[in-house]
Design a protein around this ligand. Structure first.
Ligand SMILES: [Zn+2]
Ligand SMILES: [Zn+2]
Length: 272
């Protein structure tokens, strides 16, 4: 019998079962019209959820479920000779998925880009032999299931050689990204979570406080986030769904931030 719960809407694990999920009650998320619902790993498994591992490019993998668990996010696994980073842990796992992850190497850290992506991070850590769970210090208060493997972090953190975590903020004060220097054939990859959202046109990105509820960030914050990630070269960007900017992503981010700032400043009000 599970003694902890998963929010059926956002898939974040909880020690207790509050009336409404703390993550979903926030203005950045939503509670369904049918009301708050909770589930468990056992219930999800019995309902026939399947998890799969997909290759995105050399040494980069995605974990997805069918049907969606939570809002349909996906995890990324960055594989290096020194170990594996589990980024944006999904809110589901089973023995086969854990075995598939373990087969890629030792997971040295479980890290979510922001509280919407905590998923079942504690369960992942426990099933991976107590891998450290790194939580951005400014967002530490959003954790809903405690564990001794949780440690907070700030600034730039090289979690594996050539794999650097940092916190541009924006979407949440501690919203984080991963810079992976060896990605995209050595041209660099940015894993952007919801900090920077890859748009469906694949040539622009967005910067929002809330994506589902359309709450914008200011132009100044969009430009701050863009300048932060532009410190390091990268050619490709992946968000926490299937969104990708396949090439030229650093320029796309800078150009999109300038566009965001221009629109929020009113430069284009004549077009409205
Ligand atoms: Zn929730
Ligand atoms: Zn989010």
């Amino acid at each position: 019998m599970d003694e902890w719960w998963i929010c059926a809407t956002c898939a974040v694990e909880h020690d207790e079962q509050p009336e409404v999920c703390t993550i979903c009650a926030d203005e950045r998320q939503w509670v369904p019209a049918s009301g708050q619902a909770w589930t468990t790993l056992t219930e999800l498994e019995e309902a026939g959820v399947r998890a799969e591992i997909h290759v995105l490019e050399h040494d980069l993998y995605a974990l997805r479920t069918t049907p969606d668990v939570g809002i349909g996010q996906e995890s990324k696994l960055v594989v290096t000779p020194d170990g594996v980073l589990l980024w944006d842990p999904i809110g589901y796992l089973d023995d086969a998925l854990v075995a598939a992850v373990r087969a890629l190497g030792e997971v040295v850290a479980v890290v979510a880009s922001h509280p919407h992506m905590y998923g079942v991070q504690v369960e992942w850590s426990r099933r991976l032999g107590g891998a450290p769970i790194l939580v951005a210090e400014p967002d530490r208060g959003w954790v809903q299931r405690e564990d001794e493997a949780i440690a907070s972090w700030q600034g730039d953190l090289e979690v594996l050689p050539g794999v650097v975590l940092s916190q541009p903020g924006g979407h949440f004060p501690g919203s984080a990204v991963v810079h992976w220097a060896a990605g995209a054939g050595g041209r660099g990859v940015l894993l952007s979570g919801d900090t920077i959202f890859a748009n469906p046109d694949r040539t622009s990105v967005s910067f929002m406080r809330s994506y589902p509820n359309r709450i914008p960030l200011s132009g100044a914050v969009a430009e701050r986030v863009a300048q932060h990630v532009a410190r390091r070269p990268f050619d490709r960007l992946y968000n926490n769904f299937a969104g990708v900017i396949p090439t030229g992503a650093r320029d796309v981010v800078l150009r999109s931030a300038a566009r965001h700032a221009a629109w929020t400043r009113g430069d284009h009000d004549g077009l409205t």
